[in-house]
Ligand binder design. Structure first.
Ligand SMILES: Cc1ncc(C[n+]2csc(CCOP(=O)(O)OP(=O)(O)O)c2C)c(N)n1
Ligand code: SF4
Ligand SMILES: [Mg+2]
Length: 317
């Protein structure tokens, strides 16, 4: 066409996202922190699923792990301590077209955020929740969290925590309407990635507990687990997390587990002799609150005003 540059095109080119399209600021986590591994997995997942950055949101609370949104070049909401889940539910209720990821810590989710955790699981809105469990309050320099193992010394319990830890898996599996509950570890990237991928593809709230290393405050806590190939129990099933043969062979301890079986999921979650890794529970048919919150979203402003007027007219006297 006259006057236009030769490479001008009327049709927009299909977009293709590379890893750097998701990379935000340089992470300030300590060297060796497991959070780096989860960030890498999420960026790769976003690239592989070709999630448009402007349609992706990462919501967090407060903690080392909750710095996550700064490190993703997507939309993000670094919220208040314990409140990422209600924020994420709010985002999704108005924008169900977005891919919403939640990053929360063991303190953020299982201490101050407990009530929100319970209700968000029951609401089962379409969120991918990653609970990064380093078993300590990292950001505030090592106070006991609800998942800190018995006897571990912390700032709040210098002589050792006096209580046994809360089990985030059994708690989640005890909540009405839980629909996707999985566990993975930060130091096995293929398993971590496959678990996050399955979680993202689930329609409803997927709760993934990522056992996360904090080399700064809990330097030796996972050493034994990492050195003992029997300490992790890989859950295998055709409906579970799918791994390449080469990755599967690394796990010496394996058990077939049907993720549709809630009683079996609760039993395996309660085991304290091994760390189960994989999909514990999956119910794709669970009720979803976001099916209710979409009501009226397609209405224009005039329609909404009419509806409000109509509702108020009922109180005319
Ligand atoms: C309302 C409120 N209470 C307490 C704090 C202090 N605080 C900030 S982060 C944190 C604990 C974070 O621990 P966790 O969620 O496990 O994250 P981590 O740092 O271990 O990743 C606490 C107690 C706060 N910021 N706001
Ligand atoms: S204190 Fe622990 S959790 Fe926080 S950045 Fe350092 S290693 Fe990670
Ligand atoms: Mg923590």
């Amino acid at each position: 066409m006259y006057g236009l540059k030769p490479d001008w095109e009327l049709e927009p080119r299909p977009r293709c996202f590379a890893l750097e399209d998701y990379g935000g600021k340089v992470p300030r986590w300590c060297p060796g922190c497991g959070d780096h591994s989860v960030l890498g997995a999420l960026q790769r997942l976003a690239r592989d699923e070709q999630l448009p950055p402007e349609k992706t949101v990462v919501v967090s609370g407060i903690g080392c792990s909750s710095r996550f949104p700064h490190y993703m070049k997507t939309y993000g909401f670094h919220g208040l301590h314990g409140r990422p889940l209600p924020i994420a539910c709010g985002v999704l209720s108005r924008r169900p077209d977005l891919h919403v990821f939640v990053v929360t810590g063991d303190g953020d989710c299982c201490a101050i955020g407990t009530a929100h955790w319970i209700h968000a699981i029951r609401y089962n809105m379409n969120l991918t929740v990653m609970m990064l469990d380093n078993q300590i309050y990292g950001l505030t320099k090592a106070q006991s969290s609800p998942t800190t193992p018995l006897g571990v010394s912390s700032l709040t319990h210098p002589h050792g925590t006096p209580l046994s830890p809360l089990n985030p898996l059994t708690v989640t599996l005890g909540i009405t309407n839980a629909s996707f509950v999985a566990q993975t570890v930060d130091w096995n990237p293929p398993h971590l990635y496959a678990t996050l991928q399955a979680a993202h593809r689930h329609g409803g709230l997927s709760f993934v507990r990522v056992i996360q290393r904090c080399p700064h405050y809990m330097p030796h806590i996972w050493e034994e687990v990492q050195q003992n190939p029997n300490s992790i129990l890989l859950l295998t099933h055709e409906k579970g997390i799918q791994l390449d043969e080469a990755v599967r062979k690394v796990f010496k301890n394996q058990q077939a587990h049907d993720p549709n079986d809630l009683d079996a999921a609760r039993a395996v979650a309660a085991r304290d002799d091994v760390i189960p890794a994989g999909l514990l529970y999956h119910n794709p048919a669970a009720e979803r609150y976001d099916r209710a919150t979409v009501a009226g979203l397609e209405m224009g402003d005039d329609e909404k005003l009419d509806a409000v007027q109509h509702a108020l007219d009922r109180f005319l006297i």
